[in-house]
Design a protein around this ligand. Sequence first.
Ligand SMILES: [Zn+2]
Length: 461
Amino acid sequence: MNPRLALAVSAGKLAGVAARRAGRGGGTALPGLVAERVDPGLVGHLASQLQRGRVTVSGTNGKTTTSRVIASILEAAGMPYVHNREGSNLMRGLASTLLGAAGPSGAIPRAVHSFGLFEVDEATLPLAVPELRPTVLAFTNLFRDQLDRYGEVDTVFALWSEALAKAPRDATLVLNADDPSVAELASGWAGPVHWYGLEDPSFSTAAAGAADARWCRSCGGSYRYERRYFAHVGLWRCRGCERRRPEPQTAARDVTLALGDAAFAVEGAGSLQMRLTGAYNVYNALAAVAVARVLAVPSSAIIAGVGAARPAFGRQEVVEVQGRRLHLLLCKNPAGANQVLLLLASVGGEGLKVATLLNDRFADGQDVSWTWDVDYEVLAGKVERCWAAGDRAEDMALRLTYAGWPRCDSVVHEPGALIEAILAGSEAGEDIFVIPTYTAMLDLRAELVRIGAAQPFFEAE
Ligand SMILES: [Zn+2]
């Protein structure tokens, strides 16, 4: 074993112990940070041991859920894997995960038989790919994130192209055929591509929301849609050139959505049921199924793994407070919010009670004007009662007024005050839909933990 790697691993593990002793909680980033300082090639050295294959999952929305479904499938198949499940999808998080999997000498047990499964942040991908040397690169979708985070969709596309230029030539791309921006990644790729997509005409919508891919990257032409599922995702075709939505090898048909679960069929794999819902989660599960098929996982394990998958933290969690069921539906950006609203519009029924939480801290996007790209209008007439909360509760309430929602019951900043207002405006046995931005979700959840309604983060995971 490489002595520098062994030293880096010991130093990283020691830093982890020290951080835990100092009561710094999970401390998922520090061990990786320290170890990488000792051996800058740490991630590559450790990842190269995972000889069964290495999978990266990237995309604006859905990478956490997709990775979790893949993990669940590998679990069901009894295939060992290393996964950065704890959250950090930046280089130091990947380093910490691999470090955690390695023994004191730097050797990962059962590595020859193991897969690596890595959720990778969009901007980190060009750094991670040369180290991880993925055998499969999966992409979920490309939407505009909050305005001030990564800038334009074009910037992210350029980062992904840069990553692909550094990827092993024989790696397989797993691409969403229905997202024209993701599909464009195949243009410069000589290796194998596995496409996945939705084949369900009943699912097309007129309330499409803001589209983040208006023009073809090859010719500058605009897109025409034979069918649109949401935003710019659907059966697209370029008006200017020959580009059109590719035929998917892994296609979902007969999709049915309910409030807490969904079902769909994949030709060659069978009928799948899952405890995740929303069209966006059908796409996430479908991406996972496509990856599993590329990895030659048997269909029985795919069906079992999809069925056993659980929503990620705050993404579709139901928390009970004095008999009210609070459905936490995280919305990190306009596309994510639109998908949640479409789900509520299609299966939520009438007389909805909805709380929206808007923060403007770094992880939320500091410019809240993105809320004007969200179609809160799709719920006009369906919302009976609503609450606005978070640091920017007033902006949220104003936005909802323009969307035709009733006047908010209360406009508050503190999560504790929101919970009180919800309790005052609802009865036991009712469903309340809670739509928070990222840090607002963390704050609300912390309050729910404090009052004993929810489990702390690490236990819930
Ligand atoms: Zn074109």
